[in-house]
Design a protein around this ligand. Structure first.
Ligand code: DC
Length: 220
């Protein structure tokens, strides 16, 4: 069998990585891997304050967790211990717990191993913070999407409105900025583009324009 095709999409919270990863994975007929969902699922499973537990305790809790993946494109299903990871992980509180856990080398090492195992079994569009820089350094194509915090907060507000929910713009912007700061400044695998990543500033681009840039990048 040919080596799996790995395409990576990294970038900050709320930049539209998942939307793009699903679409690109559909176009390539391969699964997409939402690695933020892995950190979120672990965070939800371990609960509030888990980042203060000792390293050995966390290592043994993580050793008992198994991720699996099925499906293609937007129908990809990522599961933890056989249960699909769903909307229960999509709260700003769980996101912040995930970001806290993601500063810990023991957590990163465990999830990196799980991500690389999936990348040996499947071709993937893998999205997260360190896919191109750390987890899949030899990926065929690497992208880094960026946008101002204001624009990302506006997009999140629109997304929530589409789901019939309301939120305060300043609160959203604050939450995004706080998580960005922690994700960019941690010692282990901080959010930054791989040297060979194609950087796309999406601030003033429409979704279709970003997608077209990704497709050009994959074909080029
Ligand atoms: O992409 P997301 O918002 O679902 O990610 C939630 C948190 O998980 C994010 O703030 C930092 C962490 N994360 C990470 O450190 N590395 C990844 N590859 C993906 C997510």
């Amino acid at each position: 069998m040919a080596d799996p095709l790995i395409v990576t999409i990294d970038g900050p919270a709320g930049v539209g990585k998942s939307t793009m990863a699903k679409r690109l994975a559909r176009a390539l007929s391969i699964p997409y891997l939402d690695t933020g969902a892995m950190f979120r699922a672990v965070a939800l499973r371990l609960g509030d304050g888990a980042w203060e537990r000792g390293e050995a305790d966390l290592a043994s809790a993580l050793a008992g967790m198994e991720f699996s993946l099925s499906g293609v494109g937007e129908d990809s299903v990522l599961s933890l211990d056989g249960a699909p990871i769903g909307d229960e992980v999509r709260t700003e509180q769980v996101a912040m717990w995930a970001s806290n856990l993601a500063t810990l080398p023991v957590v990163r090492a465990s999830l990196k191993a799980a991500q690389q195992t999936l990348g040996k079994r499947f071709s993937l569009v893998a999205e997260g913070r360190d896919m191109g820089s750390v987890v899949f350094p030899t990926a065929r194509r690497k992208f880094f999407l960026d946008a101002t915090a204001d624009e990302r907060a506006r997009r999140r507000l629109r997304q929530l409105a589409d789901m019939g929910k309301t939120a305060d713009f300043d609160d959203l912007r604050e939450q995004i900025a706080r998580r960005d700061h922690q994700d960019r400044n941690r010692a282990e695998a901080p959010l930054r583009p791989a040297p060979d990543a194609v950087i796309i500033d999406t601030t003033s681009l429409a979704i279709d324009e970003v997608f077209a840039a990704l497709v050009r990048g994959v074909r080029g």
